[in-house]
Design a protein around this ligand. Structure first.
Ligand code: KIV
Length: 271
């Protein structure tokens, strides 16, 4: 048995079976250390392409590469033995054709050992999702706000006007009918999140899409308050940005005053 073949506690089938049941708890992770800390608390960890912005300082997710996703996917797999791990397909790695999507998804799964991949897009990606699922790749969809299309549509929430609803609902249905086991629904009006969850036959994972979704996900670094500002749909459960700032300032002051290192942090002679 290879290092990847050990059965995880939470599988794609477990997640798929949660439609209409207890909410699926999801967060993002990019490193082994954070994945290990989150693993006992979540059903699913997403190695999101948000890694490009959060860890690598990119302006958006468009510049994220296959190599970045595979490296971070491997790290998260090593850190989290329990949760179902899903790895994002980066921009440009799946849109050209179903064959391109299958080849790159298979590489991600083979080289990381993750359970599934996620890709952005509604009706336009449905034939690709069907092609992949029929050939053994579990797929998570992503509709509503699609960050990889920032250069076309920006980051505006969807469905705050009634005439935007039909598109989002049709996308949700198409992705579910194509065989995606779950769909991330990002930044849509609360009532639309509820409607999409009722209409889609698969599990909906909301991020700014209301508590009616079958599960929730947040970017962990948003949730723990590492950024000065966060989108309005983020609840900050901690203020680690402020805590790191305070710790670094205290450290700098003590180093400058020669109060650190003290005797307790200094090696003494043995004899
Ligand atoms: O890349 C990511 O972190 C995501 C989540 C915001 C769902 O796609």
């Amino acid at each position: 048995m290879s290092k990847f073949e050990k059965q995880r506690n939470v599988t794609v089938r477990d997640i798929a079976a949660r439609k209409g049941k207890a909410p699926v708890v999801c967060l993002t992770a990019y490193t082994a250390l954070v994945a290990k800390l989150l693993d006992p608390h979540v059903d699913l960890l997403l190695v999101g392409d948000s890694v490009g912005m959060v860890i690598h300082g990119l302006p958006n997710t468009v510049g994220v590469t296959m190599e970045m996703m595979i490296l971070h996917g491997q790290a998260v797999m090593r850190g989290a033995p329990r949760a179902c791990i899903v790895v994002d397909m980066p921009f440009g790695s799946y849109e050209a054709s179903p064959e391109q999507a299958f080849t790159n998804a298979a590489r991600i799964m083979r080289e990381t050992g993750c359970a599934a991949v996620k890709l952005e897009g509604g009706r336009v990606m449905a034939p690709t999702i069907e092609f992949m699922v029929k050939r053994g790749i579990p797929v998570m969809g992503h509709i509503g706000l699609q960050p990889q299309k920032v250069n076309m549509h920006g980051y505006a929430a969807k469905g705050r006007r009634r005439d935007e609803w039909d598109d989002v609902i049709a996308d949700a249905r198409a992705v579910a009918d194509a065989g995606a086991f779950a769909t991330v629904v990002e930044a849509v009006a609360g009532d639309l999140g509820e409607r999409v969850t009722a209409e889609a036959s698969n599990v909906t994972i909301g991020i700014g899409a209301s508590s009616a979704c079958d599960g929730q996900i947040l970017v962990t670094e948003d949730m723990i308050g590492l950024f000065a500002t966060t989108p309005s749909f983020v609840k900050r459960y901690a203020e680690w940005g402020a805590a790191i700032d305070e710790a670094a300032a205290n450290y700098a002051a003590e180093v400058k005053a020669r109060r650190f290192p003290g005797a307790e942090h200094t090696y003494s002679m043995r004899d």
